[in-house]
Design a protein around this ligand. Structure first.
Ligand SMILES: [Zn+2]
Length: 459
């Protein structure tokens, strides 16, 4: 059913904070927004959204491919995302090989398996990646590239990458600016300082989550944010700071944006809910680490005042066993996509911290615009894909990872009752999840070939 009328819901998008409107869907696209009960062709099927809020299909702009079961992760992790109301995911790869090869291989795996639409970010790690950047944009529709400021020199070589440095970042940003508004996603961390602090803490036998945070003090995030913004401003490049975690770094971004505005910021759900005092040991290990209660408040403030643009999961779908190790050896990151919306509704909307329209913005229109999947995605406007997430604001549900479908077998929110859940996920007019049951098909999800919103310089 890709033609229907959705009746009785309240629309939530960047323009609307819950206005009663019906939606007409034809050929998998939004054909009209209509006053409630506007008559339509009698043959048109009716889908009821009575009592529900109607969001544009959610977009998770930050997940990682390559950490779950290779190949079948395109099924398991897109099922998991659909359970959380997501219709689009953008996944990172980190490879030292040419991305032409990576792209062909991953597409073979993904195109017959994905339940929802997907796109790729490539992580740049060697000179070849800079040389081929323009080709990646034009041939593969990839318009965003990650750079790890923490994988410098030896740190990078340890991971099987060519070691890079600030000069590499400079050339990467210059190449990105040259092609147009290509976005360079900068993992901001001064690893040279972090390494020295970590060595001392390890020698002292320190091993708590708080020690993990101490090893990466806020200054090491803030300083590298400033460096990245400084380089970007100088070269006219567009940058995106993922997983921002500290008030100090956020304040630097606020200051800098007055001078240069092609800077976008993301935070993750766990920086909105967890502190370094969380009593969960290595399970809570992430990079960046959990921070203080004041930093958590700063993230909510940043979402409210617009200085943080996007909330994304940084979803890493490893098994719990990889976390159950001494702190310094435990794996980093957690599964996160499917619980983003319940976290924002429960800890944000229901606590008076964030409006519904702002939640829609940070999960739909902002990532769509920044990562070039707008106007088809991230909107309920006429002509957009009929990607629709129906939300029951008052549904209280206990987080049970087994019900959500990821390869991963745990959740930071496991056992907690969160209020506000998606109850139906519609992708291009077809329901892929209804009341917690997957109704979609593997291979229905499409690869999103992205195009730059601004024409290429010199083209
Ligand atoms: Zn990440």
């Amino acid at each position: 059913m890709t033609d229907f009328v959705l009746r009785g819901g309240k629309l939530v998008d960047s323009a609307s904070n819950g206005r009663p409107l019906d939606l007409l869907v034809r050929n998998g696209k939004i054909a009209a927004q209509m006053a409630p009960d506007t008559p339509v062709d009698a043959s048109m099927p009716v889908l009821s959204a009575a009592g529900l809020h109607v969001f544009p299909g959610l977009i998770d702009a930050h997940i990682h491919f390559g950490f779950a079961e290779k190949i079948t992760e395109y099924e398991s992790e897109t099922i998991y995302a659909a359970q959380g109301g997501f219709t689009t995911v953008l996944g990172y790869f980190l490879n030292n090989e040419a991305y032409a090869d990576v792209f062909q291989r991953e597409q073979e795996y993904a195109k017959t398996r994905a339940y929802i639409d997907y796109a790729f970010h490539f992580s740049t790690a060697n000179e070849n990646h800079i040389a081929e950047l323009k080709d990646y944009v034009q041939t593969y529709g990839v318009t965003s590239f990650k750079y790890f400021m923490n994988f410098k020199g030896e740190e990078g070589r340890y991971l099987g990458l060519d070691g890079t440095d600030d000069g590499y970042l400079y050339d990467l940003l210059a190449a990105a600016a040259d092609v147009g508004d290509v976005t360079v996603v900068c993992h901001t961390e001064n690893i040279e300082i972090v390494n020295r602090i970590r060595t001392k803490l390890q020698a002292e036998g320190r091993s708590t989550l708080k020690d993990w945070s101490l090893s990466k003090p806020p200054f090491t995030e803030a300083e590298s944010c400033v460096r990245a913004m400084n380089f970007a401003g100088h070269l006219g490049a567009q940058i995106y700071i993922p997983h921002l975690s500290t008030r100090l770094a956020l304040d630097e971004v606020r200051k800098w944006r007055g001078r240069y505005d092609k800077v976008f910021v993301e935070t993750c759900p766990h920086y909105l809910t967890h502190t370094e005092d969380a009593d969960i040991g290595s399970l809570g290990k992430a990079n960046p680490p959990f921070r203080t209660a004041d930093d958590v408040e700063a993230m909510w403030e940043g979402l409210r005042d617009g200085s943080i643009d996007v909330v994304a999961s940084d979803h890493v779908p490893r098994k719990r066993v990889t976390k159950e190790k001494p702190l310094w050896l435990a794996s980093q990151g957690f599964p996160g996509t499917a619980t983003i919306l319940p976290v924002l509704l429960h800890a944000g909307y229901h606590k008076g911290r964030l409006s519904l329209s702002r939640i829609a913005e940070v999960l739909t229109s902002a990532p769509a615009r920044i990562f070039n999947v707008a106007p088809a995605k991230g909107s309920l406007g006429v002509g957009a894909d009929a990607d629709i997430t129906l939300v029951d604001l008052n549904l209280a549900r206990v987080v049970n990872p087994a019900e959500l479908g990821s390869y991963s077998d745990y959740s930071l929110y496991e056992g907690q009752t969160l209020k506000g859940w998606p109850v139906r996920t519609i992708l291009r007019g077809r329901t892929v999840m209804a009341d917690g049951k997957i109704t979609g098909q593997p291979g229905y999800g499409r690869y999103l070939f992205r195009s730059l919103s601004t024409p290429e310089a010199g083209a």
